[in-house]
Every structure is written in structure tokens, then in C-alpha cells.
Design a protein. Sequence first.
Length: 758
Amino acid sequence: MPDPFDFADAPPPPPPQEQPARLPDLDALNEGQRQAVEAIDGPVLVLAGAGTGKTRVLTTRLAQILATGKAKPWQVLAVTFTNKAAREMRERVAALLGCPVERWWVGTFHAVGARILRAHAESVGLKPNFTILDSDDQLRLIKQLLKAHNIDAKKTPPRAVQGIIQRWKDRGLTPDRISDAEGADAADGHAAALYGEYQERLKALNAADFGDLLLHCLTVFRNDPEVLGKYQNQFRYILVDEYQDTNVGQYLWLRALAQAHHNICCVGDDDQSIYSWRGAEVGNILRFEQDFPGARVVRLECNYRSTPHILAAASGLIARNESRLGKTLWTHMNEGEKVAVRGVWDGQEEARVVCEEVEVLHTKGHSLNDMAVLVRAGFQTREFEERLIILAIPYKVIGGARFYERQEIRDAIAYLRVVVQPDDDIAFERIVNVPKRGLGPASLRNLHVLARAEGQSLVAAAEKLVETDELKPRARRTLGGLLDQFRHWRSLLAAMPHPDVTRTILDESGYTAMWRNDKTPEAEGRLENLKELVRALADFESLGDFLEHISLVMDNDEAVTDDKISLMTLHGAKGLEFETVFLPGWEEGLFPHQRALDEGGPAALEEERRLAYVGLTRARRRAFVFHAANRQVYGYWQSVLPSRFITELPDENVERGAPLGLHGARAGRGGGVSERTATVFAGSAWQSHARRSAPLIDTRSYQVTPGHGADQAFATGQRIFHQKFGYGRVVAVNGDKLDIQFDKAGTKKVIQSFVEAV
């Protein structure tokens, strides 16, 4: 059939208003950038360090090719990883040329792959109007296949099969190319056969998933040299953004298209390859010169973002990696501040001193939008979120929900709420069938009908239903078993510490196992968040106190302001920049992450180091690195060692000192650090405390309370100060909870540890 996207013989459209494309101004480029733009013909690898202007090089190079007549727009292929990057490239090239550009091939790998595939769909058994399935539809199809073959979904989780198939597609492997050994090792030996049937089922549905968009193209290229030759001749120049993030399938696709002219320019940074967990292969960029003999390598090393100390610290760190092509960033800026390395006693103090420094900077006129806290793992944001809420500092979590708004945390808290308050219908309804217990819509409808008719809670209605024949026997047994579990968990509260009870609930309910069996990349983070939840419980006297604390914390209307500090993971920070960056948790086991090291060995350590490099180079003016001497892991305290990355930072670019709190950031109001902490962290003596494990520590000995109220008794009529609500007067006292009439915020119920007498 005719190719609807074949523009090889089409005349170029007339320029709007008959304005010729103008040549871009190369005088505005530095020497490295200009070399990258002018090296038009032949293979070129542009090693673009952080903040060195890679987007400017890409867009100027593309504009130069078009303006000089080297190629027509439809003879240039430019691929990116995001639609945003593709859109920005289009807009900037049009601005450089002074006129719009039509009929060109600029887009994401998937978008361009789909465009080619629709023109040759019949070659792989599809029609041109095929449907692209999203992740949920893919999972539904895999579940159907498992059911058809009577494969136990518990032993062979659908998400695990989905992940394995996706990884094979990322490597450019069709079902017939899966080795017997690899197939036998995956999903109890079922994955290879399921992959083949999955692909056949997709064809029957006239559908493809995202992995197919390039995989099918590779099949077309492999089976039809004439089609491959057509695209090789059409694309005289190929430009690739973020080449270090390409997977094997993308690499094979690009290499096939570039074979005719070898005019391929890949822009990337081997030192910022941090996505191996989703298929990225750093080896693609490392072997570019082998794949394309005679390739020219241009290094962009002049950084326009960060100060010399930050760049030198980052460069000194990444130089420890062996698998890299090598470059050294430099800048014309003044020296600026050294990278500050601070030790703290524990995670709670870490959050406190970071937030105090944020307050100090904000008071001096620094925008919150120009500050970020970058963590290695998502669970680390909890303590920072709670502290920011206490201080009424607006914040946003980039790339994810706030800690207590995350799905797994809401589910776990719902279990705890039902244990403490059986009449909590909202909580019971949320988890009655999570994980799946076979309680279908009909059973739940009967439960709701009885509860409304009797004017009772859902739990009370359930207690009646399990004694009648209204439900089917299986549903009745399941519901009765769940009610028995809740009674059992409730009884444990009198005999066990509430963190241990919570751990028992998560295990015995099957909730932990549900996420452990989930093989998506997010599952590990969800399990870490659940562990952090259990850890948080240890700071409270009872489960009820914790749940009340959650209610008070979450009753925090988000400030109507666009000025907010950002919290995000290091993976989510790539491509962003801030005036001030806080990097907490630089400890062995957390960063570098122990699981990554166990699973990936030396290669994983190098990727963790690249992640540290990315974190440092997000900072324009200030970078603060924190490490704690103690971390509470799953309810138990451990003494921890500082990250090896800290010792790898060059001494001349780092200021190693006492915790920030010792500088009096908030002297007189919750500021300062205990004398114990100051002593422990003087010089390097604290390292004698850093052992791999330690006995359980009484958390009350080291707890840093939000204010001074934990050690005070308050009386009705007493004047107080609250860091969120301001000044007020106590109107009622109930244990450690106070009713306070605030001068501006009205009457609020607060925990006494959040206030101090004035």
C-alpha cells in the first residue's frame, strides 16, 4: 500500500509569507557547542554535562541542517523521550529559522515508531488502524491468559508476567528469540509461552502495546530490507536526545536506520544514566565509537548552572566510576559556597535542621520555589512533610503523592482505624476487599442495605450477616474470617506494642504479601513506605494518639500560593535545577541503596554514584548533604555509617561541620541541637558509634519534639505559641490534648507537644 508518510518526492511547502529560513547565530555558542553544531556529517557523539546547554545544541544543529539545505524537514529524524522535549524542539527550531517548519519527523521514540508501523502494519499481521493498549488493558489480557491455562495468579502474578514481557521487548526480543534457559527461569517457566500467546492475542484484537511500537518496526526492518532501505535513504540525518537513557530495542532501531548515511548525532551524558531499572542501557553510549567507527566525540564541559565548588565536588565524585567516557565540568562563575556536609543524630533531627535552614533562607528573601529536598527513596519524605506542616511552610511532592495520601498508606491507616474504631464505615469499606477476598458487588450491596435499614455501622451489619443465609457460604466465611481477624488484632493492643500490632495486621491481612507479589517498579517503594509508617508509630504512645496526629496533620489546608519548596526523589529530579538543594540520607544501605547493590553489584554501585552526581548538579548556588548516625528501620534503631560517597567528595570543595542547628538557625524557638548531638558529631569522633546494627533504643531518649510542650504541663487560661496557628490561650485540657482559642485561627484541638508556653 502507499506510504502516507513518504515525503521523499514531495515538493517542499512554500515558506509562510515567502520568508527564507535564516541561518542560526553561531556566534552565541561557546567553542564546544559550536563544534557540535558544525560537525554535521558523519557520526557525532555530544557528551553534554549537566547544565552545559545540550538543548541549545540540539535545536541549533537541527536548524543549521535545514537552513543550509543539507536536508529537507522530512529527511531529518529527531527523537526525544518526552512529548514536552519534542514540542520544545519544534518551537525553538522554528524561532531560530524565523518561520514554521512543516512535514518533519520530530517526536518521541514511541510516536515515531507508531508512525512508521501504521504504514507497514500488514507486515506484522495488523491493520493500519490498530489500537495501542495501555498498561491496564495489557494486564487484563494477561490475566485472561493465565485463567485460560489454569495458572495460579498467586504463584505467577500477572504483573510479574507483564514486567518480564516488557523487559524482553525493551531488549528487542520477539517470542521466537527467547532462549530456552531464559524462558525456563521466568515466571516458573510460563512466561515464554505466555509471551507468544499474548502477542497472538494482540494481533487478533488488532492491537499493540507500547513495547510493540518499536519491536514490530524491528521485525519489519529485519524481514523487508526494501522498507528498511527506504527509511535509511529518507532519513539523511538523525538526532537523538538523552541517548544514555535508551534501551536495547531503541538502540537497535536507531542503528538500523543510521546504517546508510551514518549521519547520526547522539546527545547525552553517560554520567547521568540512572534508569537501568526501566531498561536503560548505559553501554549504548559507552560503545558509540565502536558502533560507528570514525565517530567524532564533542564534550560540552562549560556549565552555566552551578558554582565551581559544586561542579568540582560532583566531578570528583563521579571520577570514581570506571565505566564512563570522561569529562570535567567547569564554569566562569565565582567560587561561591562549598558543598556543606552535615551530620545529625537521627532522621527526625535531619528534617528539623533542614526545615530550619529553609526558614532562614526564606526569611532572607529566597523563594521556596528555588529550594528542593531530594531523597533516594520516597519513604524519606514523611518526616520532612510533617515538619514543613508544623512550620506552615508550603511544599509540593513532585512525581508522587504526599506521604499520608499515598494509596498503600491510606489502606494501612484504614486497617488501623477499623481496629481502633469498628464503626468507621469509610475505613472498613476501603479495605474490606483489599487485598482481594472474593467479596463481590452483590455481597457488599447486601452489607450496605442492612446497615442502612438497621441504622448501624457496616461492621455491625456484617456481624449480623455472617449469622444468616443472606450471603453465599464462601462470602459468609470470608467476611466472618475478616471480622475474627479484627477482633484478634484488637486484643493484641493490650499485649503488644502498637508498632508490632500494625506489622502483624499488615502481614496477617495479606496486604504486605499483595505488594511483595506485585512486580511493578513501584512495588518496592510501596513496601518501604509501609515500613516507614510502622517506624512513625514508634513516636506515639498509642495507636489512637497516632491516628489523631494523622487527623491533625492532614487537616492542613494547602496554602494558596505558588511559592513552595519541592520534595522529590533523585530519579525524579533529573533535568531540573534549583538555587538550593538539600540531599538527606547519605548513609550506607540507604544511599547507595543496599538492595540495588545486592542485585546489581559493581554496575549498580556506579549507577548509584551517578545518581549522587545528578543530585549535586541540580544545585545552582548551594548544596547541603546530610547523614544521620541512627536510623529507625521497621521499628528498630540502627547505627549507620555515612555513605561512601561522602568520603569521595574532594576535601577542598566541601565544608564538613557540625549540624546546621548549632549555628542558631532558630535560636530560642525549637532551634539548636542537643549537647549530646554536638558532642557526638564533633570532628569525626562520632564514627566510633557507627556500627552496622544496635540494640533497640528507647525512642523517648532521642525523640526531637516539635516544640517544648512535651515536657510541660499546661493549664486553662495559659498563653501559648503554636508554630502554625500562632498565639492563643488554653481553654481546655484533656491529657496531652489541648483546646486552644487562637488569636487569628479560632478554636483548635492540638497535641501539647506542638505548643510552647509564652
